[in-house]
Design a protein around this ligand. Sequence first.
Ligand code: PDD
Length: 277
Amino acid sequence: TFAILNGKLIERNQAKMDIEDRGYQFGDGVYEVIRVYNGKMFTLQEHLERFERSTKSIGVSLPYTMDQLKSLLLELVEKNNLRLGIIYMQITRGVAPRNHAFPEENVEPTLVAYTREMTRPKDELQTGVKTILTEDIRWLRCDIKSLNLLGNILAKQKAVEHGCFEAIQHRGQNVTEGSSSNIFMVKNGIVITHESNHLILKGITKDVILGLCSASGIPVNERAFTLKELAEADEVFLSSTVAEVMPIIEVEGKVVGNGEPGSITRKIQELFVNEIE
Ligand code: PDD
């Protein structure tokens, strides 16, 4: 299979990185994960725009126009014959002698992208998944899709060690987001999810869901909600590029609702599947 390294399509096993790449040493870069359904990139434009926003917010200048980037990704998907899977894409501040301060202007950012086959998590989408709670220990710019993911990694590992699919993070009493997903609760027919500010990633899937809700008359309240509200929710679900609209049937050992995916969650799942098929 092929990968993109700095604007060129090359054999994946020929794509080698320098030991002083700032992504490797500092996590100094940003990334995107894009879904491919039926050989087509889903919400590509939204991902490219977020990628551009992320690079701007860390002061990395993209050495490609959005159109160049788009054609590169199209070529990658085609060359790899990818039908169902993901594209992983990242850019770092480049290769330079280790120093916290930014390198000289002439240092080119390193762009990498590759594909991976990945099925839809169909069983979990049916049954729903279990989650745990964990304090959100991350920095205050979670809106940037940064390569620095230690907080997220530690949260996810804790979930896995408890036999759970995801860790729901909270800052004090307020639920923020999952380790790699956005979190929604439903109470009395209203969908509630944290507003997209500096404390969470503005999920592309989240925005698709909000659009679907608005188009089909499901009321949404975009605001932070508390652990107490979460514990008393009728339904809970999470969203991400890879997990789609995933029902949550357990939070920290406590059953949500009657222990089965709720009716509004089901409705949103149905609307979402219509989008991707
Ligand atoms: N993660 N919040 C965080 C912290 C995430 O890492 C992600 C996605 C999301 C959902 O965003 P989107 O709907 O745009 O995928 C929310 C990706 C999938 C990952 O790191 O693999």
